[in-house]
Design a protein around this ligand. Structure first.
Ligand SMILES: *[C@@H]1O[C@H](CO)[C@@H](O)[C@H](O)[C@H]1NC(C)=O
Ligand SMILES: *[C@@H]1O[C@H](CO)[C@@H](O)[C@H](O)[C@H]1NC(C)=O
Ligand SMILES: *[C@@H]1O[C@H](CO)[C@@H](O)[C@H](O)[C@H]1NC(C)=O
Ligand SMILES: *[C@@H]1O[C@H](CO)[C@@H](O)[C@H](O)[C@H]1NC(C)=O
Ligand SMILES: *[C@@H]1O[C@H](CO)[C@@H](O)[C@H](O)[C@H]1NC(C)=O
Ligand SMILES: *[C@@H]1O[C@H](CO)[C@@H](O)[C@H](O)[C@H]1NC(C)=O
Ligand SMILES: *[C@@H]1O[C@H](CO)[C@@H](O)[C@H](O)[C@H]1NC(C)=O
Ligand SMILES: CC(=O)N[C@H]1CO[C@H](CO)[C@@H](O)[C@@H]1O
Ligand SMILES: [Ca+2]
Ligand SMILES: [Ca+2]
Length: 593
């Protein structure tokens, strides 16, 4: 889940031990003096560079690639039924080579009644027929590997669908499955009314307990009532889920993206109440007993052990939304990489972003760089739960945002279509398809917009499907698909797509393959930082403000540079005087120093 707007969580410092306090006092004193002078002279916001070490060991594949998220329903429909499928992904594999993307993360394609479009799995080891069959998946893995593309699949361990045979057997108290889920009788009043064990609320609103008339007990669900939570205190559940991992590892998958992992455990004491009435999922108290429980990490470690029994480096990335920095560290320590989702909820003027957009990103980037030892950062700016960048930040900023994502240290994850600067569909006035919007009876909760079909060409249905059938979500006029699509942008110098491909190439340079970053700073509303090493250094400057801005950045020790990549194509290859250069609103430059 990543629907939360704004963050109230604390940003913890780099120095966690109390021993540093004397050093800090001295540094702060000197710092205040220096900053006072510098701030007076330059309108720059100065920030500490995180002291991460550049790993000296050879980097593995997932550290040097871009990960590209495919939402299979919306990527490419091969058979004209309106829903994307695995054969559709196979058809487009060469596209990832063109883009310079070496790993694809597939959102769920497993058997599911689709009450949460596949995040409600009824059989973890079967391909849903709407997406194809197992032969298609085998072909997908084989052909992807031939093209040097790694395949990461979604793993949804917190809950199954209520249509899973596991759940059906569990509600009938069938021995083996009796304790597969979290059951509790709650209370029954003298007049026969059932009362849930506590007032815990679901992420998708409403009580997280639903009465089951067959078993005559309540079951717990962190998300929809059709997504009952598995009971991870039951060793049989843990064994069954490890078998699921092995099933796919045996098929050759290169890694897993673990869904909703902070929700894996609930406190055993069901009499504990969470603070009621809170609506901010970043509030650590809201899910005090249903999120971030310490037992999670034993399970992550067990999964890591399973992966380690297989050849090659298999990747484990955990979806961790709205968790504090200390929690994130524990995911690293348990052998997984916590997806750094904190850049996603950022929007101008959102609650967690009272300052400028540039300041908001800078703070969070530094948070994301707050690593220990050889831990590797990762950044993500969009996914299937949040408005597309062009809608959330603005179309004029889409290229600068890609420039940021692809020039930051670590592993970037791109959401399909963002390389085109594509907007989400405008489904105002349409009945939402997203079950969250339907069950909560609030179209504002709909995630349909960002799940709009990929735009491949300017033909009917944007090449998402052949023929004139209806895609599951319409191609809407506001997405400007006749211009914003893979085919057209491929022909245009300076298109979002061309810029994306060029930036993907830049990442292959040695200086970009380290966690090294210098001068992450803000001038006005321009975010700047330097990447690269020795004589191969690049200044990235991104104007995320609402107006043009002229800046003097000579204090970084260089007087001029050459623009190598620009959101405005005509600035490419021009010489920039760092004492005075102008950036339009939304403009971004990569300047070779
Ligand atoms: C999942 O599907 C496979 C293949 O059809 C089948 O063998 C298996 O029993 C199913 N598992 C469950 C839990 O339904
Ligand atoms: C049963 O009793 C509770 C508590 O007094 C009350 O809220 C509820 O409306 C009653 N239900 C019925 C069906 O009478
Ligand atoms: C699963 O949950 C949905 C939504 O509440 C419900 O309509 C459906 O009947 C349930 N299916 C089963 C097998 O209980
Ligand atoms: C979306 O469509 C509605 C209704 O047609 C229109 O009023 C609104 O301005 C559109 N919004 C955007 C962002 O295009
Ligand atoms: C949806 O959002 C709009 C604009 O913020 C607001 O006016 C409206 O009340 C919201 N609708 C619901 C059902 O919350
Ligand atoms: C694109 O730019 C390149 C290099 O600047 C130039 O050689 C080429 O002709 C341009 N192509 C088009 C279609 O403008
Ligand atoms: C792009 O840059 C050129 C050269 O600096 C300038 O003339 C032009 O106005 C810019 N275009 C936009 C859309 O900002
Ligand atoms: C970003 C992400 O994967 N969000 C998913 C989190 O889990 C819920 C329930 O499985 C899904 O509805 C979200 O799409
Ligand atoms: Ca299809
Ligand atoms: Ca759970």
């Amino acid at each position: 889940m990543g629907l939360e707007e704004g963050s109230t969580k604390k940003h913890t410092g780099f120095c966690e031990s109390g021993k540093c306090s004397v050093v800090i006092f001295v540094l702060v004193a000197i710092g205040i003096a220096v900053v006072a002078c510098v701030t007076f002279l330059f309108p720059a916001v100065r920030t500490t560079v995180p002291p991460t070490e550049t790993p000296t060991t050879t980097l593995t594949w997932w550290q040097t690639t871009i990960i590209y998220q495919v939402y299979p329903r919306s990527f490419r429909d091969s058979n004209g039924d309106g829903v994307g499928d695995l054969k559709g992904v196979i058809e487009k594999l060469s596209y990832f080579n063109d883009l310079g993307v070496g790993a694809v993360w597939l959102s769920p394609f497993f058997t599911s009644p689709m009450r949460d479009f596949g995040y409600d799995v009824s059989n973890y080891t079967e391909v849903d027929k709407i997406f194809g069959n197992m032969a298609d998946f085998d072909e997908l893995i084989r052909t992807a590997h031939e093209k040097d593309i790694k395949i990461i699949i979604d793993f949804v361990p917190n809950h199954t669908s209520n249509e899973s045979t596991w759940f059906k057997d569990s509600r009938n108290s069938m021995d083996q499955y009796k304790d597969f889920y979290i059951w509790n009788a709650g209370k029954t009043l003298p007049n026969g009314t059932h009362v849930a064990p506590n007032k815990w609320i679901s992420v998708f609103e409403g009580s997280s307990w639903t009465w089951d008339d067959v078993r005559k007990e309540y079951y717990y669900h962190a998300f929809l009532d059709s997504q009952p939570d598995l009971n991870y205190r039951n060793p049989a559940v843990r064994a069954a889920m490890k078998d699921v991992l092995r099933f796919w590892l045996n098929k050759g998958v290169d890694g897993f993206r673990i869904d909703a992992i902070p929700h894996l455990f609930e406190h055993v004491d069901l009499s504990l109440e969470e603070r009621p009435g809170m609506s901010d999922a970043f509030d650590p108290d809201r899910y005090k007993y249903t999120k971030n429980q310490p037992e999670i990490f034993d399970v992550v470690r067990e999964w890591r052990e399973v992966l380690n029994q297989y050849e090659g480096e298999r990747f484990l990335v955990a979806e961790t939304v709205g968790i504090p920095q200390e929690e994130r560290q524990k995911y690293y320590e348990a052998g997984s990489v916590p997806f750094f989702f904190d850049l996603i909820p950022v929007a101008r003027g959102s609650r967690g972003c009272p300052n400028t957009l540039a300041q908001c990103y800078l703070t969070r980037i530094i948070d994301g760089m707050n690593l220990k030892g050889a831990q590797w950062p990762n950044f993500v700016i969009g996914n299937h739960d949040n408005r597309r960048i062009a809608d959330r930040i603005g179309q004029e900023y889409a290229d600068a945002m890609n420039m940021m994502l692809l020039t930051l240290p670590g592993t970037p994850t791109s959401y399909y279509g963002e390389e085109l600067g594509m907007r989400g569909g405008n489904y105002t006035g349409f009945q939402p398809k997203d079950p969250f919007a339907i069950t909560s009876n609030n179209p504002n909760n709909s995630r349909d917009s960002e799940r709009n079909p990929m735009q491949w060409s300017n033909t009917v249905n944007a090449g998402f499907m052949d023929g004139t059938g209806e895609p599951w979500l319409k191609i809407t006029a506001n997405t400007e698909y006749p211009r914003v699509n893979v085919e057209e942008e491929g022909k245009v110098n300076g298109s979002s797509l061309q810029l994306y491909k060029e930036l993907a190439q830049l990442r292959a340079r040695p200086g970009f393959r380290s966690t090294h970053i210098e001068h992450p700073e803000i001038f006005g509303e321009v975010l700047t930082y330097i990447r690269g090493v020795d004589v191969d250094k690049y200044l990235v400057a991104l104007n995320l403000g609402l107006v043009g801005f002229r800046l003097d950045i000579t204090q970084i020790g260089y007087s001029q540079g050459t623009v190598v990549f620009a959101t405005n194509f005509s600035r490419k290859n021009t010489i920039i005087q760092l004492a005075s250069f102008h950036l339009q609103r939304g403009e971004g430059l990569v300047i070779k120093l």
